[in-house]
Write a protein that binds this ligand. Sequence first.
Ligand code: ADP
Ligand code: ASP
Ligand code: MG
Length: 409
Amino acid sequence: MPIIVQKYGGTSVGSVERIKNVAKRIINTKKAGNQVVVIVSAMGHTTDELVSLLGQITNNPTPREYDMLLSTGEQVSAALLASAIIEMGHDAVSLTGGQAGVITEDIPSKARIKDVKFDRMKKELSKGRIIIITGFQGIDSKGDITTIGRGGSDTSAVVIAAALKADVCEIYTDVDGIYTTDPRMVPQARKLDRISHEEMLEMASVGAGVMHPRSIECGKIYGIDIHVRSSMNNNPGTLITSIKDKKGREKMEKSGLVTGIAFDNNVAKIGVLQVPDKPGIASTIFNALAKEKISVDMIVQSIHGGNVADLSFTMSRSDLKKAKDLIDSLAKKMGASGVVSDSSVSKISLIGVGMVGAPGVAAKMFDTLAGNNINMHMISTSEIRISCVIDEKLVKKAVQVLHEAFDLA
Ligand code: ADP
Ligand code: ASP
Ligand code: MG
């Protein structure tokens, strides 16, 4: 019997009515002759509410208690969903990540999944039961509950689909699939029938919150097609799949130059002004940041006359204060003329396999932004992506004009 893994996100299980609706969908999938394994997120904004509760108790929660608390959201929805299915006359069992055999690193709050011991899941399936598993969590070598990073239920689903060698992996959410950009930002955004793992990984990594980046990484490594679709209707969604077939032939037609646009408002920028242009300066700065576990994204160095250079870089906003304090003290020692910071910038990115080797994409992007009076602070590229940092207040305009300029609607 085929194994189908389905994941339902927070909005899809956000109320009792929606949980009952999801229960019916799951039962229909089972009745169609499948073994069904379901991964659930916490109801609605539960996880945010738990974070805020903890914040009212302490500014410095221990990572272990953070995980203990946040993992409860998914337990609520899993038990409710299993109960709804049982109430409708079918056999179901809810399992925590640990009970389902999801083993993670011993790193609270951002653990990676190391292994899935699927004996319990196989046993339950062999009894004909529908399995409901809490997403976003696992268990470490000490037997403690760990969480795997915000939005991580997508990754739980794809990892479990890989471990069970599932036939289908479906991600049910509150939109009909993957769009050319966030449909909440641009109503003209178009749903894509297919997108490659490579493009989706880039989109997710630079801010398209619809999928957790590590879920796509896992899908790519294990060759899993991921079907992203709505839990509110039966429309076909978007298939995230590989560009090449098993024989290495390209199986996807390249559409246009650009497949999608993503943006990220969780960006802050620091500039170190007029540091002496000599070996070791960048290594001192970035080693100091690394030691404090501050991860840096874009880096730009620009040379002035007179043997000095400006060095700018971006990081997430929550790291800005810590980074600024650190760089302020380093800058003095290095003889820099000053340090500036900005926490109201955003990163906007164009993604598309079609841009490999195609001239003019960057020029068109820059022309379009310039023509709309949008200044770029920084630029970075990969083979299939161009990103730039702009003022946060101009993001909506920038996404709209680029969406139009690249004919994505
Ligand atoms: P879930 O709770 O189901 O995991 P998320 O809120 O994490 O759902 O992801 C769905 C949301 O992602 C959508 O409501 C949409 O606003 C946003 N989103 C951002 N970029 C895109 C995109 N390119 N295509 C579709 N949705 C997107
Ligand atoms: N509930 C978790 C979060 O809000 C995990 C998830 O929804 O994927 O981050
Ligand atoms: Mg999500």
